[in-house]
Every structure is written in structure tokens, then in C-alpha cells.
Ligand binder design. Structure first.
Ligand SMILES: Cc1cc2nc3c(=O)[nH]c(=O)nc-3n(C[C@H](O)[C@H](O)[C@H](O)COP(=O)(O)O)c2cc1C
Length: 172
């Protein structure tokens, strides 16, 4: 696990190689094992692989989301906000687990923030995605995780450059 954490980086460039269906399925099933408050599991995942839809999705936040256009798959992480007041935490944990599982399988991924972000003046990224993907009214969109085989390699985080001072022991 430590080696996986050490080598994980956000990947924004992807090759044309398709993610095998069984690999994708295992990543998604792994995500469904995520912990959630009171085990309510308010999240749901919209898995997008259609190239035209990926292209439309990539326009949800301008330059910040353009990378989705080159991805093999985008996992749109949503939650039924009627079910839990901590859906932000629950969806975020699921997204992080999904990214780690993807990395462990040799895939690259990047989180694209949707909640609290705009597409353009007067249109939220969430409104745009909900209309595009026909997501019901009572759901909110936390983020999109773009997935694909990596076409860029990044240096791992260096252990001796970690912000170790952020760890305070016993008292602040
Ligand atoms: C909550 C959150 C929101 C993020 N939003 C975006 C985004 O909208 N677009 C993007 O390209 N990267 C996004 N990222 C990826 C970060 O830019 C990236 O994790 C950070 O620069 C550290 O790099 P690393 O992941 O390679 O360690 C986001 C990451 C997190 C955790």
C-alpha cells in the first residue's frame, strides 16, 4: 500500500488503449466497498465511455476539465443528498479509493472538481452535467474521475519533501 501511495500522481494524458471491461469492473466494485457514514452509501456512479459524451463532459469546466476528453472512461460521482448530510465526505472517500485502485492496476486518473464550481457565468458545472447525463433532481455531483492508461509519467512524491511539519503529536 505504501508503494502505491508513494507512486500515485494525477494523470491528465492518456493513451488510446481501452480499459479492459474486467479491470474497470473490479475498480468499480472496489469503490462500492468504500466506507460511508452509517453505511448509508448515498453515492451512485455514472460510468461514461461514449466518446461523444466524454467530449461533452470535458467542457464542464473549461481548461480544468479538458483532460476528460482524452480519457477512456469518466466516472461521475453523484449522491442522493436526501439520504445523508455527509454525502460530500462519503463521495470523496469513494473517489479516493477508486483512484488508488485504478493506480494499483496500472491506470492513471485525475479528479475533476464539480461541486461548487462553474462552467461559465450563470451555469454551474453541476447543472451542465445533470442535464447532459439526465441525473435526477435530488442528486448532487461531487466530482468526475477521469481514467485511462497513462501517457505521461510523473516523478513520485519525494519522502524527504513531504510537509512533515503538518503532523503534530499529542497537542497542536
Ligand atoms: C478535491 C480535488 C479537486 C481537484 N480538482 C481538479 C480539477 O478540477 N482539475 C484537475 O486537473 N485536477 C484536479 N485535482 C487534482 C489536483 O490538482 C492534484 O491532486 C494536485 O495537484 C496534486 O498532484 P498529485 O495528485 O499528482 O499528487 C483535484 C484534486 C482534488 C483532491
Amino acid at each position: 500500500m505504501y508503494d502505491i501511495l508513494k507512486s500515485r500522481r494525477s494523470i491528465r494524458k492518456f493513451t488510446d488503449k481501452n480499459i479492459e471491461e474486467e479491470v474497470l469492473e473490479e475498480i468499480l466494485k472496489g469503490a462500492l466497498m468504500s466506507p460511508s457514514s452509517r453505511s448509508i452509501r448515498p453515492w451512485e456512479l455514472v460510468v461514461v465511455r461514449n466518446k461523444d459524451t466524454l467530449s461533452s463532459l470535458s467542457r464542464c469546466r473549461g481548461a480544468h476539465s479538458a483532460l476528460i476528453g482524452g480519457a477512456d472512461t469518466a466516472v461521475v460521482i453523484i449522491a442522493d443528498t436526501r439520504l445523508s448530510d455527509v454525502w460530500v465526505e462519503d463521495t470523496s472517500i469513494l473517489a479516493a479509493i477508486l483512484q488508488l485502485e485504478a493506480h494499483a492496476k496500472g491506470l492513471g486518473s485525475c479528479w475533476v472538481q464539480i461541486r461548487n464550481r462553474s462552467k461559465e457565468e450563470g451555469v454551474t458545472a453541476e447543472e451542465y452535467i445533470k442535464e447532459l447525463l439526465k441525473i435526477p433532481e435530488d442528486y448532487n455531483v461531487e466530482c468526475v474521475i477521469a481514467l485511462g492508461y497513462p501517457a505521461e509519467s510523473k516523478t513520485p512524491h519525494e519522502e524527504d519533501k513531504l510537509p512533515i511539519g503538518k503532523i503534530r503529536r499529542e497537542q497542536y
